[in-house]
Design a protein around this ligand. Structure first.
Ligand code: ADP
Length: 294
């Protein structure tokens, strides 16, 4: 009996783990990174700008650096203190823009409140913006042209596609409209020919929009926001939330109840997160190649 059939028999959702998919991507990438290094004489560097220290971003940072190492890419953490000015951050980014060994630059979020995200993101060279947040890349996404995609949103869609689901024609509800996750996820699902509803904090009838959905992508930052009772039986559920509750990390979906109703669900941790990192490294290699005329 296949694993999938076994879940069905026990009336539980299939659990979509990101780890194995990420491992496959990383193993292909490490070969490609090796041959890039053989041709070019250097391994691409991902610069991760860390401004002030913050618990969830510290966890994430650790994972990124580890996955860089496992693919032969250099992860360079550029730390700037809590009190740094926007001007200084921009100057540091400009140095990274001009550094030929640095192929990609990401900024750890959230930023300290007084630092305007836009000013920081706009100073990244769009060709090094491997997390697809620069207005140029965001514009390309919204027009349906090729550019760097926000890695988390891409991972949310990829985890379904790589697990064999056809998305065309599905009614998809995305909860959250941030520039980092919700908005790009909605656009990517449109690109996959879903009929997309985007919900946010001011949405009147969130349960109604969830109940109708064949596919629910949740990126709200609110633990337990979606429960099994809200879901359409057989729905696909992608949980992008990462919330620290006590000493645990949980998503936005109540996993226990949801996995009794959904057809498939991504766990937190271990779902979209690991895939996000692998996709980021795919972007990094693509950036390195493009910058070196390949
Ligand atoms: P992320 O980076 O995960 O996208 P943000 O905090 O930037 O997180 O954005 C959260 C998004 O989720 C916002 O668009 C907000 O409107 C939406 N949101 C938060 N809470 C709720 C809620 N209870 N119902 C619907 N949408 C919500």
């Amino acid at each position: 009996m296949t694993a999938e059939a076994s879940y069905r028999r026990h009336n539980r959702a299939r659990i979509l783990e990101g780890g194995p998919i990420a491992a496959e991507i990383r193993s292909r990438l490490s070969n490609e990174v090796r041959s890039f290094r053989d041709r070019g004489g250097f391994a691409p560097t991902l610069a991760v700008l860390l401004i002030g220290a913050d618990a969830p971003s510290a966890v994430y940072l650790h994972q990124i650096v580890r996955s860089c190492r496992s693919t032969g890419v250099t992860g360079r953490v550029v730390e700037m203190g809590e009190r740094v000015t926007t001007a200084l951050i921009r100057r540091r980014i400009d140095e990274l823009n001009r550094d030929p060994l640095v192929s990609g630059i990401i900024v750890q979020m959230p930023l300290p409140r007084r630092i305007p995200l836009r000013a920081v993101i706009e100073s990244i060279d769009p060709r090094k913006d491997v997390d697809g947040l620069h207005p140029q890349n965001a514009g390309l996404l919204s027009l349906g042209y090729e550019g760097f995609l926000p890695a988390t949103a891409q991972a949310a869609v990829e985890i379904l596609k790589r697990s064999g689901y056809r998305l065309e024609g599905l009614d998809a509800t995305v909860i959250g409209r941030s520039n980092v996750v919700g908005k790009p996820a909605s656009l990517l699902l449109q690109r996959e020919h879903c009929t997309v509803t985007t919900c946010h904090r001011r949405t009147d009838d969130l349960p109604g929009h969830v109940a109708r959905a064949d596919l629910v992508v949740v990126a709200a930052g609110s633990p337990g926001l979606v429960t099994g009772a809200m879901l359409k039986p057989g729905a696909l559920v992608v949980d992008v939330g990462i919330n620290v509750v006590g000493d645990r990390i949980v998503g936005d979906v109540e996993f226990e109840s949801a996995s009794k109703v959904a057809d498939a669900i991504t766990p937190v941790p271990g779902g979209v997160g690991p895939l996000t990192n692998a996709i980021l490294l795919e972007h990094l290699l693509a950036a390195a190649r493009a910058q070196h005329g390949e």
